[in-house]
Design a protein around this ligand. Structure first.
Ligand SMILES: Cc1ncc(COP(=O)(O)O)c(C=O)c1O
Length: 385
């Protein structure tokens, strides 16, 4: 195809091929164990597949309602209320989305205008900034404090001004594996009280908070819930990242604005999967067991690499474990990650890619959402480095 000869002014000039694609390709080329990407190497429940099949066979194959299948929205309202105490109305305050990424993009598009500022904590999951920029907004970065990746609320306070429109939080946090505390929610409440600031709370790992520490959902605090979009993802909760199914909950006036964009971006999401999830999520153990399942994997992985030269604090949530390699090498984290993949046959993500200025802390992110045998093989390699 000949090149388009006209003028294209990129809306996202800084966006290129992500390290995620680079590392995955490299892992395949080098036949390396891939702990770089955030998805399981095991299958989802057979029962869930059967349910999807059932609804497909039964002919539930046409457009779902724009807001999502009501049975699923009702089930989500029940789960949120039982777990965090806030009641969302399934009709007007919950929408099913094509993944959390679409929910996040849509919420930002619905709210952010030219010149609005959005506070983003770094290291940050990579989909926030492009959405803010395309909407004409300005990301204002706050670096999470090391070594525990906690939030310095005084630093946040200093950055708030009349342009601040939104604060994005993410707990349990990708890539650090940290979780926020009840006190963090109180600080956020204090900071936003009597302001027009909205919160986008990315809680896709809500069912993966470990060591009996409760997940601090925005929905535990009614003041905050009242100014927030809460996002979660079935991809993470039921091991189906490839299905791109998620949801967003928010007060009605925020949800109305959200749906104005949502209906023209995707209109509605996969019908048979929504019916299947509505049934599947009725069984509480299908989400309440997740934290035990992943805590076991974290404990296995960290036990097996205890004698390695990497240093680490076991993560508090998510399925990511950070490892510090400063006693092994001085290399830049991207160079070290590439060398590990090529020479040692194990792939991870260098943490610097989650900072807009590519801050290098000699940390790599490893995903432990893998079969035990994969984790055992990975640990054997890591212990030899
Ligand atoms: C913090 C965070 N938010 C959002 C997403 C996107 O979720 P989904 O696959 O449902 O779009 C991910 C996926 O890795 C994530 O880690």
């Amino acid at each position: 195809m000949p090149k388009f000869e006209g003028l294209i002014t990129s809306k996202l000039p800084a966006v290129g091929t992500t390290i995620f694609s680079v590392m995955s390709k490299l892992a395949i080329e080098n036949n390396a164990i891939n702990l770089s990407q955030g998805f399981p190497d095991f299958n989802c429940s057979d029962k869930l597949v059967e349910l999807v099949n059932h609804y497909m066979q039964k002919g539930f194959n046409q457009y779902a309602p724009m807001q999502g299948v009501i049975g699923l929205r009702e089930q989500i309202a029940i789960m949120i209320e039982e777990l965090y105490g806030t009641k969302y109305h399934p009709e007007s305050e919950i929408t099913i989305t094509a993944g959390a990424t679409q929910a996040i993009y849509t919420a930002i598009s619905a709210i952010i205008r030219e010149g609005d500022e959005v506070i983003v904590f770094e290291p940050a999951y990579d989909c926030y900034t492009p959405a803010i920029i395309v909407a004409g907004g300005k990301p204002i970065y706050v670096t999470l404090s090391q070594p525990d990746f906690s939030i310095d609320w005084n630093a946040v306070k200093k950055l708030i001004n009349h342009h601040t429109r939104m604060i994005i939080i993410n707990t349990p946090h990708n890539p650090s594996g940290s979780i926020i505390s009840e006190n963090d929610l109180k600080e956020l409440d204090k900071l936003t009280k009597n302001t027009d600031i909205l919160i986008l709370s990315d809680e896709v790992y809500e069912h993966m908070a470990f060591d009996d520490k409760p997940h601090q959902s925005i929905a535990r605090n009614s003041n905050l819930a009242n100014r927030s979009f809460l996002v979660s993802s079935f991809g993470k909760t039921v091991h189906t990242t490839g299905w791109k199914m998620a949801y967003i909950a928010a007060p009605e006036n925020l949800m109305n604005e959200f749906r104005k964009i949502h209906q023209y971006l995707v209109f509605s999401c996969n019908t048979p999967i929504q019916y299947a999830l509505a049934d599947f999520m009725k069984e509480k153990e299908n989400y309440l067991e997740l934290k035990h399942f992943y805590q076991k994997k974290r404990d296995l992985f960290t036990k097996l690499i205890r004698s390695s030269r990497f240093s680490f604090e076991a993560c508090s949530g998510t399925y990511f474990q950070l490892l510090n390699y400063s006693s092994i090498s001085n290399e830049k984290d991207t160079d070290f990650a590439i060398r590990l993949t090529k020479e040692n046959k194990i792939a991870a993500i260098p943490l610097s890619v989650f900072y807009h200025e590519k801050q290098d802390n000699k940390l790599l992110r490893f995903c432990f959402a893998k079969k035990d045998e994969t984790l055992e093989k990975a640990a054997e390699i890591l212990c030899k480095i």
